[in-house]
Design a protein around this ligand. Structure first.
Ligand SMILES: [Fe+2]
Length: 349
């Protein structure tokens, strides 16, 4: 059996977010199509909405960005079989910020298929993490991460197969941003199975989304190095949990449980982890979840030094080589979760 994950040609193409821009010959501007179902009722978008006039072959202003988009608008558009509007390409950034701010409600409105909302949540989450990591500000980072987590959770709770649809979007090639989102999705799904309540899951998810934020303080060339690291280089990379806690912990706004995920996600139940080599009893349960999903996602992603494994070979490897590193009960639940979701995916197909 082939044990390697097939390489995708590129990261998932988030078609729902980024359609091809279309140029209007009459005014020379570029317009992007946006699905109507991504607009939340009674919100002021902050960007102008346009409609395409097929007869004239041009775009006309439909609703000014300062005015609310209401149920009447939505109903009237749908009555005329209009399922998408357009924005100018200049407003792409404000559209993404709007989606981020309204994500949980858009998902909860249930107007999208699970596949579509998974794509939307995954895309917005990735964009948000990228922005946070590029200019980390503790205040905003935690708030934005919690928003993404609430929407991810709402999506995961939509029904059977939602984890599978999100896992299908996970890029095979390892990148810091996609890895952060993957770990957050997997860890929330596992945390839900472990019976954590909503506030706990929000704390767990925010920690997972930001668990590697300390890597933003490490030379990217070192992190992307395809050859084995020297002991000195290894020491530098192993600083990232402490650096992450430093980035987020400075103003004391991050809760202790989220911080534990950042600080302890490389600690191991065998006591052989880092940075502190904590014993199993001293590791926060959220960090034990993080250790499992972090290792699983790293093994199933293509790394600079090896290809990514498929799920089952990855699980086997975790069991055989590092069984004592992980919490046995959580590990068992993760395996059942992955198997159940695989089953749900086949049933849905
Ligand atoms: Fe890490």
């Amino acid at each position: 059996m082939n044990m390697w994950k097939p390489r995708r040609s590129s990261a998932p193409l988030l078609t729902i977010l980024v359609g091809d821009s279309m140029f209007d010959a009459s005014d020379g501007a570029a317009y992007l199509p946006i699905p109507l179902r991504t607009l939340q009722i009674d919100t002021t978008t902050g960007f102008d909405l346009y409609q395409f006039n097929a007869a004239r072959g041009s775009y006309r202003l439909y609703r000014h960005g300062d005015l609310p988009f209401t149920e009447q608008h939505r109903t009237a558009l749908l009555r005329n079989a209009v399922s998408r509007l357009f924005i100018t390409s200049r407003d792409r950034g404000s559209y993404l910020r709007y989606l981020e701010g309204n994500l949980e409600q858009i998902v909860a409105a249930g107007r999208m298929s699970i596949g579509e909302s998974s794509e939307l949540v995954y895309g917005v989450a990735m964009q948000t993490v990228q922005e946070i990591f590029q200019a980390p500000e503790p205040d905003q980072a935690i708030e934005r991460a919690q928003g993404v987590v609430r929407a991810t959770l709402a999506n995961l709770l939509r029904g059977p197969g939602s984890l599978a649809t999100m896992m299908d979007l996970m890029a095979a090639d390892y990148q810091l941003y996609t890895h952060s989102v993957n770990v957050c999705v997997l860890g929330l799904a596992l945390g839900h199975r472990l019976g954590f309540d909503r506030p706990e899951l929000t704390g767990l998810g925010a920690g997972l989304l930001l668990h590697d934020i300390g890597k933003t303080r490490i030379d990217p060339e070192l992190l992307a190095k395809p050859d084995p690291l020297s002991p000195d280089e290894e020491q530098v990379v192993r600083q990232h949990p402490l650096l992450g806690a430093e980035v987020l912990g400075e103003d004391g706004r991050i809760d202790a449980a989220s911080l534990a995920v950042v600080l302890q996600h490389h600690e191991r139940c065998s006591g052989k982890g880092y940075p502190r080599g904590l014993a199993a009893e001293a590791i926060h349960p959220f960090a034990k979840v993080a250790a499992l999903v972090n290792t699983f996602d790293s093994l199933t992603s293509h790394q600079p030094y090896r290809r990514g494994y498929l799920s089952y070979p990855a699980i086997r490897l975790m069991q055989e080589l590092r069984g004592r590193d992980f919490d046995a009960e959580m590990f068992r639940l993760m395996i059942r979760m992955l198997a159940a979701d695989e089953h749900g995916r086949k049933a849905a197909a």
